[in-house]
Design a protein around this ligand. Sequence first.
Ligand code: NAD
Ligand code: ZN
Length: 360
Amino acid sequence: MSYKNYPMVSRVVFGRGSFNQLDEIISPKRLNVNAPFIFLVDDVFKGNSWLTSRIPLAYGDKVLYISANEEPKTSQVDALVEEIILTTKERPSGIIGIGGGTIMDLAKAVSIMLTNDGESKDYQGWDLVKNPAIYHVGIPTISGTGAEVSRTTVLTGPDKKLGINSDHTPFDQVILDPELTKDVPKAQWFYTGMDCYIHCIESLNGTFLNAFSQSYGEKAFQLCKELFLDNNLTAEEAQDKLMMASWHGGMSIAYSQVGVAHAMSYGLSYVLGTKHGIGNCIVFDHLEEFYPEGVKLFKQMKSKHNIELPQNLCADLSDEEFDTMIQVALNLEPLWENAIGKNWKKVITPEKLKELYQNM
Ligand code: NAD
Ligand code: ZN
């Protein structure tokens, strides 16, 4: 047995208002005046001076506003890298992602592709990245995905939705400023928050579970119950705690895996473009047989916060679309092995998945 030796985020700041320290944090990392910092910022913040006036710009530094309406694509990463190469005198000093999982994943992927040849689709998989990425910083503005702490960046490519999982993927620096999440709309808060909750359930009920994953998973699970069920926290406390729940949930899956909801939601996303947070909720709602207790609590959380999930998403799918969806889900073998065990193929057949998808 050989154990994995994982890198982690090397530096992290936590605190309300810590975003104000961005300049002092990144300045020492400037390579020279021709090597700018590139800020990838969720375009929801365009024109929002409360946030953007605090982005420190000097020399040729640039802000690129990016929509999070669609999840990151390999073609989008390649286009951004091309644009950066063409418009900067030298390789940038760093990439700073300010936004949710979508923007943070783009920042990670762009920082990798600036030092590695070819196209980003060539690196979807496990440990395919050869050269270290350039300095990259993650600044979450919505909590739950764990993308701020993870070793992957999830991309939709021409033939699969799969992460670039590598030792070069994790951020060199993360700034956790819970205040940045104060204006997240309620439904989105729930969907992205449930990503964290589902990470806990899938990790804690997986066959890969070990004391490392369990310790983080239990903490995140406890925080999620406090946040989404007990509901007696101030807004500030809730923002602080959800940011730490996301971190712990992400750490929990680092040394294990996610499970059925994630595998099936990748299928939904690939065929229908359903986004990660809401897609996980739609799937998880139908997974009593795999996660009875977890789904029961989820339904309580959903009703407590008056969340209505879309129904009959798969009602009009063609047979080909079902096949693609099922194939994308089945390809995520480590997720199924974690969820069901080594003999998962006996239980999880294409027919079984079709039956489940037909209810969604
Ligand atoms: P997101 O980044 O897609 O953002 C969701 C919505 O919230 C967007 O409309 C965005 O504009 C808005 N938003 C973000 N911050 C806001 C703020 N402070 N105020 C108002 N609106 C705000 O959402 P997400 O759920 O964080 O990320 C989903 C993505 O993360 C998916 O692409 C998924 O694949 C990826 N993901 C990655 C990992 C990983 O480990 N790398 C893990 C889980 C999910
Ligand atoms: Zn997730």
